[in-house]
Design a protein around this ligand. Structure first.
Ligand code: PA5
Length: 417
């Protein structure tokens, strides 16, 4: 199950939404066909291009070796090179898999020392993932982790090193020279769109995630959104909904849910939209709401603060977990909960929050069955395709990120690069 619906729209806005869908239909048609202008960034559009059976089998084979030999697996990568994998691993990890440790996403000596400390006494492998092997965070972490491996495994250290880089790059050359296991980072996919490739899938496979189910979810979503017309296409509806809000001054979108399991998925989603859409002086600023906790911090502002946001909820509709509150002989004022299941309590909080927020601004709802590998696959593809459409409607290139160079130039100058 997958659906996108909207509440809190007045009649005028509803009509305007229909108007946007009618006027911008060309953007949908172009994306469905793959636009020639984005040829060098659209490798993710055909899920099978980088996640067919041959790719998955190879990844499963490597993952099996790592799972057999390692207590820990270090994913070295930043931004699009780690967000997709981390979002699924942290949501779905189970016992029995190597511990997944993240590096290459910080320059803090405190955090890096902690990371090295956590590896002490453990058998471990590393996977350094970098499309452009000049990125400071992964490059510097790779150095210190190579040293740690050398100290532990001596001349066999290379066996514990996997690298994921582009074909023909200096990174590939170095990997070949050193005897590392080299995986291809698709040249025709930008980091934040790489969930269904070696970049996202190897770490997930090591963590015991069913990557075939994940890819199936993405493929099924691809089949839907690449075929459906403007009136029955959930990705297009969502993209139009975003642009409707933007045109009315709602320049912040909050992605919310009542499942803390989505915490790192929020990181992925935030990057996808911020880096793809925030350019040329335009773009919706993405923020996230981890409820019910944050209702007690930002909830006040959401309900009563400035009128500049709209919200999209992700909801899991099918009950998978149960925890019933039993009657208690201590009078604590919570007897109204006796016999109730947390599933229903959480749902009551969700429905109440959506209703309260929809009284103030438009609220979207993405409904899925549950948070499993299949539905994560659906969510990845849905948001990627919708992001592409949303950027096209807004008139920006979804696949570049020129703005991030500004700090890099200054930083490299300070570091004497
Ligand atoms: O989406 C993107 O392209 C970026 O966020 C990159 O993934 C990120 O900057 C890391 O780049 P690299 O893989 O080259 O180290």
């Amino acid at each position: 199950m997958f659906s996108f619906s909207v509440t809190g729209l007045c009649e005028d806005w509803r009509q305007e939404l229909e108007q946007i869908k009618e006027n911008e239909a060309e953007a949908l048609i172009k994306a469905q066909k793959k636009e020639a202008v984005y040829q060098d960034s659209s490798g993710w559009i055909d899920t099978q291009e980088w996640a067919d059976d041959a790719h998955l089998s190879r990844l499963e084979e490597i993952a099996e070796t790592v799972r057999k030999e390692a207590d820990a697996f270090v994913l070295i990568g930043v931004g699009g090179s780690n967000n997709a994998a981390r979002s699924v691993i942290e949501a779905l990890k189970s016992d029995g898999a190597p511990e997944i440790i993240y590096a290459g996403n910080t320059l803090s000596p405190h955090a890096l020392n902690q990371m090295l400390e956590s590896l002490k006494g453990k058998e471990f492998y590393i996977d350094c993932i970098a499309k452009n092997f000049e990125t400071l965070e992964p490059g510097s972490s790779f150095r210190i982790l190579r040293k740690a491996l050398k100290e532990k495994y001596g001349d066999q250290a290379y066996r514990h090193i996997i690298t994921t880089g582009t074909k023909g790059s200096a990174f590939e050359k170095l990997s070949m020279e050193q005897g590392y296991t080299f995986l291809e980072f698709p040249e025709d996919i930008g980091g934040r769109f790489t969930a269904m490739s070696n970049v996202g899938l190897l770490p997930m496979a090591v963590a015991g995630i069913d990557i075939r189910a994940l890819v199936k979810g993405a493929s099924d979503m691809e089949a839907l959104v690449r075929k459906a017309g403007p009136s029955e296409n959930p990705a297009y509806e969502y993209a139009a909904f975003r642009n409707l809000n933007y045109r009315h001054g709602h320049k912040i979108e909050m992605l919310s849910s009542f499942e803390p399991q989505l915490r790192y998925f929020y990181y992925w989603w935030t990057q996808l939209f911020a880096e793809s859409e925030g350019k040329d002086g335009k773009g919706i600023f993405p923020v996230t709401g981890e409820f019910s906790e944050q209702l007690h911090s930002i909830g006040q502002y959401i309900q009563d603060g400035e009128d500049m946001m709209f919200e999209t909820f992700v909801t899991a509709e099918v009950q998978k977990d149960s925890l019933v509150i039993e009657a208690d002989d201590v009078f604590d004022g919570f007897d109204y909960l006796n016999g109730k299941d947390f599933f229903d309590i959480n749902r009551a909080a969700l429905e109440a929050t959506m209703e309260a927020h929809a009284a103030k601004f438009p609220v979207g709802r993405i409904s899925i069955d549950c948070l499993d590998a299949y539905h994560f696959g659906q969510l990845f593809y849905f948001f990627q395709f919708a992001c592409y459409l949303s950027c096209s409607i807004m008139g920006v290139n979804p696949f570049d990120q020129p703005g991030v160079e500004a700090y890099k130039v200054r930083m490299f100058e300070r570091l004497g690069k």
